[in-house]
Write a protein that binds this ligand. Sequence first.
Ligand code: NAD
Ligand code: UFG
Length: 339
Amino acid sequence: MAKIFLTGGAGYIGSHTAVELLNEGYEVVVYDNLYNSSKESIKRVEEITGKSLTFYEGDIRDREKLTKILKAEKVDAIIHFAGLKAVGESVRKPLEYYENNVGGSITLLEIMNELEIKNIVFSSSATVYGNPDTVPITESSPKKDCTNPYGWSKSMVEQIMMDAQLANPKLNVILLRYFNPVGAHESGKIGEDPKGIPNNLMPYISQVAIGKLEKLGVFGNDYDTPDGTGVRDYIHVVDLAKGHVRAIKKIMENPGLKIYNLGTGVGYSVLDMVHAFSKACKKELPYEIKPRREGDIATCYADPTLAKEELSWEATKTLEEMCEDTWHWQTMNPNGYNS
Ligand code: NAD
Ligand code: UFG
């Protein structure tokens, strides 16, 4: 079976993808600097699957180390998760974000060229569509201006990968544009473990539910949406992880360049999420309407048809499962991997 190299594979989406790859019989090698994750997630992946994987602590910007490991491991494909992802922080530390996300990706691509590794799947984001003119968003919707350096770093790396593929037709590139990943593995052993106060909605709600945070601030209730709050396409992280397994199958067919939305096609509002989570945790969740958050858009959800047609993939998990699995992970690990 093919050997897959996961940069950033100890993180939230990477660890869930490692589980699905191991379950499908792939060999998995993880390379992560543990900046935003812990080795404990690797241990848990092994517990869940009953299989082992190879872990290296290292930075994608460490050219020497990465080259040495990739030379020795002889991998068939790379899934490139490694990067910084906090939108607000990226506004304060743009150079750090560009250096890690863009610089790190260039180093990785250069090493791939040198070692003739020809398959890469990249973690992109719906953020590259900016404020879309119409929803649902298809892959042919135009890329637009981003509102922060994090978003731009994704947009730039997409362009860099497209140009690298054009210059080297042997290279296969699949850009996966994730919508809003939430949820956790149903075992409750792995999940999202944000450092400090979460920026994203679902981990914030979850920490209100467990009593670590007092109440949720709902960023605006005057958007042009059914209840006035922002609408997003929340996708269960296990569905998302399975999408990566399908992308790996696809990339083995030498597809050249491919771009897929990974979303459910359904949008839920902030208040929909609060109510659904309230059912899962069996508590009222206090919230307060706050001003809009800068850079936010009203509505964003995917047209996931292309992934269904070409990858035979579609999201199957419900909003209920997203909330129940998040709550299960939160209650089993009130302090994340440090519990
Ligand atoms: P995460 O922070 O949990 O995982 C990223 C991993 O990369 C972490 O384990 C971190 O330690 C590692 N890392 C960071 N810089 C590194 C470097 N220079 N060298 C080696 N390892 C490094 O985040 P995630 O939610 O799992 O996201 C994975 C990818 O998906 C990221 O590229 C992110 O931008 C992208 N993405 C995430 C979301 C989301 O909402 N979670 C949405 C769209 C896209
Ligand atoms: N929200 C609140 N209160 C909060 C947090 C969020 O009301 O405390 C609202 C936001 O205003 C938005 C919705 O909840 O309407 C979702 O917000 P998130 O921060 O969870 O997610 P975003 O859609 O803003 O951004 C996410 C990722 C980005 C990624 C983008 C598109 O954080 O990395 O999806 O994929 F680029």
